[in-house]
Design a protein around this ligand. Structure first.
Ligand SMILES: NC(=O)c1ccc[n+]([C@@H]2O[C@H](COP(=O)([O-])OP(=O)(O)OC[C@H]3O[C@@H](n4cnc5c(N)ncnc54)[C@H](OP(=O)(O)O)[C@@H]3O)[C@@H](O)[C@H]2O)c1
Length: 285
């Protein structure tokens, strides 16, 4: 049974591909640009597909029963229509824990993910959400300034979150695809289904642990929310900047949880941020 991984070069998707291949599952991996095929393992059947171009999805879904779906900000409806025709057994959606988090009802990132979940439900697809709250890989946004100046600009430095390693998110997704433990993960609307890392850790401590992983002492430049708006506004649209600031303000008052979901699903604790920093030392060094 070939499994289609949409977003196969993504931070999570690349681990989904690797983990499926490691247990001998046939994988079809999607890229938008055929030149990116070299980034994927030779054992994967690489297909060119774009969620915003339903014609490309028909080809990608041919002969496929299960799909890992990168949460599309555009293209969810087109995917749902084609997927419904394809008679899939299961779609595992990389969604976001923010859809379940109290206080995030009006947050733009949560609303975007909720909208995608609603589209899959409305199409009658058999879908399973995988809902990480904070990906540890968000810290890769600090890589350039760490490499160039050893400095990280932060708002709410002492806000604590429980960042989850993308490898653990992928492992939960592989389980949800029914590989290894059939039906181990069912759609679960409770907040216990939010995926987090194994420990709460401040942004300040994350920077320290990255510094330890690369053998450098890093500086933190603390920003006010207005300075952060200006700084983040150079990389993200205003709605996303406000959504991030709102989430960090919530985290600064203890609103970002640490859940046992990864351990419950995988039967082992998730990787710590310290481990993530060691795994990614080359990105910061
Ligand atoms: N940051 C967080 O803390 C957090 C928390 C919860 C959920 N999330 C969600 O997780 C997702 C990000 O996951 P990630 O880090 O694995 O992603 P990523 O590294 O940004 O990679 C995105 C992947 O999706 C593919 N893609 C993008 N647009 C596409 C389209 N129109 N058609 C087909 N493929 C498309 C890209 O394919 P190409 O190879 O063709 O470029 C790429 O492989 C986002 O939806 C984000 O909202 C993030």
């Amino acid at each position: 049974m070939t499994i289609l991984v949409i977003g196969a070069r993504g931070g999570v998707g690349r681990h989904v591909v690797e983990q499926l291949l490691a247990v001998g599952e046939p994988v079809r991996a999607s890229v938008r640009d055929p030149r990116a095929r070299a980034d994927l393992p030779a054992a994967a059947d690489v297909v060119t597909a774009d969620l915003t171009r339903p014609d490309t999805l028909r080809r990608a879904l041919d002969g496929v029963r299960r799909v890992f779906l990168y949460a599309p900000s555009a293209g969810a409806e087109g995917f749902a229509a084609v997927a419904a025709e394809a008679g899939l057994e299961r779609v595992v959606l990389l969604s976001s824990g923010s859809v379940l988090l109290p206080g995030m009802e009006r947050n733009a990132i949560a609303q975007e993910h909720r909208a995608v979940e609603d589209v899959l439900s409305a199409a009658g697809l058999p879908w399973v959400p995988v809902r990480p709250l904070v990906l540890a890989s968000n810290s890769l946004r600090w890589a350039e300034s760490i490499r160039s100046s050893g400095t990280v600009r932060l708002v709410h430095c002492d806000a604590v979150t429980a960042p989850v390693h993308e490898r653990d998110v992928a492992a939960v997704a592989v389980t949800a695809l029914g590989v290894g433990a059939e039906d181990a993960v069912a759609p679960d609307p409770s907040s216990a289904a939010v995926l987090t890392g194994p420990e709460l850790i401040s942004q300040r401590r994350q920077v320290e642990q990255i510094g330890q992983a690369i053998g450098r002492t890093l500086r933190i430049e603390e920003l006010s929310p207005d300075q952060a708006r200006e700084h983040y506004g150079r990389f993200s649209d205003p709605a996303t900047v406000e959504a991030i600031l709102q989430f960090l303000a919530l985290a600064a008052t203890g609103g970002s949880p640490c859940t046992p979901t990864v351990r419950r699903v995988l039967g082992r604790p998730g990787h710590t941020f310290e481990q993530w920093a060691r795994d990614h030392a080359a990105d910061f060094g």
